[in-house]
Design a protein. Structure first.
Length: 365
């Protein structure tokens, strides 16, 4: 086996699924002295990473030049031979590092966002010509990549996420959690784990609850990315007389560990490349309903390990919620099959073992 001296490059300042994946990568290689991470200073990744790291600036032409010089020195010092890229904006930096440093460097790009249009102009041909391995998380994204990108199909591989149960436990018990947010522990409780922005579709769940025949309360867990949209959600709940049944929890450290506190997890998004929340809910033995969008149907088999509803259709979502509440056998079946699916198809250890196999193939070529 060729020795990998791997640099995970992710200068994203955000906090979402992509950044959480980088932390999983860092966790897996935490005891490997040949693994390094390049991140933006004061970013979510930097604050949660204690592995060998080099901090950079994000954005701006002068910062790009500065980052190139910082990383050039770091790569030469540590003799890096593999750069792992997850954030598309980092790709140009990785390519220049590859072609301007006198070391044989390979680039792996793990694409986690959907593609909506062709990228076959001269700029993208230059970028993708220098990618040695292009990884995608779903079959749908594989098809989009084959259609829209100037890449040889032999370089494109599907590598689904690997999920493991959280090590960090909730800071408070379920009873304390409900008491803290002044919600009724006895009522059927739905959790929506995602950033607060319109495309995540939290309003669809409010509309569904309004028309449901059951008494339901909704918890929204995640950062607010759009204050105007959050205000619209509050106004919507007030209009439907649901204000006391809507709770904004905000960001939770290790949100996955709180999932068992809810009777149901819903992913109401307009478009989701993968649907990490869905797999996490399955692994935590919580039934899940997802919109029939993006890569979600690749995870959920309707009425087998979860339920699917028509994207943006609150009536269809309402019927799915009501059927899950009324049908205990269906609920039990979905939970059991969800656990099996998450362990079989999205195993944490298997994911990184497959990644290592692919990296070694690239280094051997």
């Amino acid at each position: 086996m060729i020795m990998n001296r791997l640099l995970a490059l992710c200068l994203s300042p955000d906090q979402g699924g992509l950044e959480l994946y980088i932390l999983k990568l860092t966790k897996y290689y935490s005891h490997d002295k040949n693994f390094f991470i390049a991140c933006s200073e004061k970013s979510y990744i930097s604050e949660n990473t204690h592995t060998n790291k080099v901090e950079c600036k994000s954005g701006g032409i002068f910062k790009i030049i500065r980052n190139f010089l910082i990383l050039r020195k770091f790569i030469l010092t540590h003799q890096i031979n593999l750069i792992h890229v997850s954030w598309a904006k980092d790709l140009i930096l990785a390519v220049f590092l590859k072609i301007l440093i006198p070391i044989n460097i390979k680039i792996i790009f793990y694409r986690q966002m959907k593609l909506t249009r062709p990228k076959k102009n001269l700029y993208h041909k230059f970028l993708y010509r220098n990618i040695d391995l292009f990884l995608v998380i779903t079959k749908k994204l594989y098809m989009e990549s084959c259609e829209f990108l100037p890449l040889d199909k032999s370089k494109i591989h599907i590598l689904p996420y690997g999920i493991d149960k959280p090590v960090i436990k909730p800071s408070i018990s379920k009873e304390e959690f409900f008491r803290k947010y002044k919600m009724d522990l006895s009522k059927f409780s739905i959790g929506v784990f995602s950033r607060i922005e319109e495309q995540k579709g939290q309003h669809i769940v409010i509309d569904a609850i309004k028309h449901s025949e059951h008494d339901i309360q909704l918890f929204v867990i995640g950062h607010c990315m759009n204050d105007k949209y959050k205000s619209e959600l509050i106004s919507r709940a007030k209009k439907y007389n649901l204000s006391s049944k809507l709770c904004f929890v905000g960001f939770l450290k290790s949100p996955m560990s709180y999932m068992p506190y809810f009777d149901l997890i819903i992913l109401p998004t307009y478009e989701e490349t993968f649907g990490l929340t869905v797999v996490e809910a399955m692994l935590m033995s919580v039934p899940v309903i997802g919109s029939n969008a993006g890569g979600v149907p690749e995870i959920i088999s309707h009425k087998h390990n979860g339920l699917l509803f028509k994207t943006r259709d609150h009536n269809d979502l309402m019927h799915n919620i009501d059927s899950l509440i009324a049908n205990k056998e269906l609920r039990k079946k979905i939970i059991e099959n969800g656990v099996k699916s998450s362990n079989k198809d999205y195993d944490y250890q298997k994911h990184f073992e497959n990644l290592e196999k692919l990296m070694n193939i690239v280094l051997s070529s």
